[in-house]
Design a protein around this ligand. Sequence first.
Ligand code: GTP
Ligand code: MG
Length: 448
Amino acid sequence: MYPVPVAGVRELLVTSGSTMAAAEVARQMSEGARNLSLSGHVGFDSMPDQLVNKSVCQGFCFNILCVGETGLGKSTLMDTLFNTRFEGDPAVHNQPGVHIKSNNYELQESNVRLKLSIVNSMGFGDQINKEESYKSIVEFIDAQFEAYLQEELKIKRTLHNYHDSRIHVCLYFIAPTGHSLKSLDLVTMKKLDSKVNIIPIIAKADSISKNELQKFKIKIMSELVSNGVQIYQFPTDDETVAEINGTMNAHLPFAVVGSTEEIKIGNKMMKARQYPWGTVQVENENHCDFVKLREMLIRVNMEDLREQTHTRHYELYRRCKLEEMGFKDTDPDNKPFSLQETYEAKRNEFLGELQKKEEEMRQMFVMRVKEKESELKEAEKELHDKFDRLKKLHQDEKKKLEDKKKSLDDEINAFKQRKTAAELLQSQAQQSGSQQTLKREKERKNFF
Ligand code: GTP
Ligand code: MG
């Protein structure tokens, strides 16, 4: 069971009087408790059973994120871990970026129901430029935290039957190169380590020799430490599991082999991978760490992974998000800050900002209007100047044409005068010509 969210407690305190008084009452109640012995059976020793029954009735949820390059055996390992075949389309590996795909399943073992989500980072490591590969994974994890936070902040919360999609564990598949971690692995794990419990695993461990495997494991761990990558440590504070968890921490990263193929070994059917030179038994601890992984992930620490997700990773996300929104627990004098005070401070801040924005926008508007006005005036002046210029040009042109017309008219008149004079001269000449002809005719007649 998760603790009641702090926001809920605060609301209760605010409504039941002053925050300080309520906190003081709670402190006195917890400090002043006296130890008493019972003289008969009361029955509250059934509390653990009640809790178990309630949890079994509600069912559990567990969300696994598988991150690793294409074809490292992620799907096969999931099938092997849960002894089933999760249907799933083969991943597409020619996409421009990493694409997150979540599949939900309901499993039942005895009377325990498990809602299992397997989230795959499809196309991880397929791109030439891998700089942004971690981004969509981080965004997906944050989106699940955000959804939970939104539910928590609602007035009507339904957290008891909320479908929790927060990632409880990230199985990070490392390629069995035998050399060192790739920069893609280091960058991605570094980006994820404050958001999710990372369990690094060496995939396809049957492709690496026993001696090389030991050196590879040491190399990986030292690289993780030197790069400050925090991986999930199996908890050693609960004494019932402290020993096994302590031992298993020393075996990290687990070198696993996956297979759903069953082969008859002796008189038993066993999950194994068969090669021309022999058989790798998945559940044989001398062959690989599959059993260790299953033990740690499912049989011993599943609840701790869920709890760590809530109390560590989600809490960090929630704190950062609320601080970003302006919520604080204490004021600058270290006095508790109530939700109402925060709300009012934030409201005043918001109103102040709104007023400032409004004033800025008003000033901007006036400035823009003035600018536009002067632009228009300038344009108007330019138009006037242009008009004057054109008018003058037109007048000059008109005058020139009129002058030309006048000179043409003068020329026409002069021409007409010359023409009339010429015509007159011509008719006079014709007249005198015809008189002379008559005279000559007369003289000729007289002659004969
Ligand atoms: P994508 O989802 O496409 O990225 O691949 P994946 O990581 O889910 O790999 P998948 O489980 O599909 O396995 C890819 C191939 O590797 C298959 O041929 C598997 O049989 C093989 N394979 C899976 N696990 C192992 C293993 O532990 N060792 C070896 N040698 N091969 C394995
Ligand atoms: Mg797959």
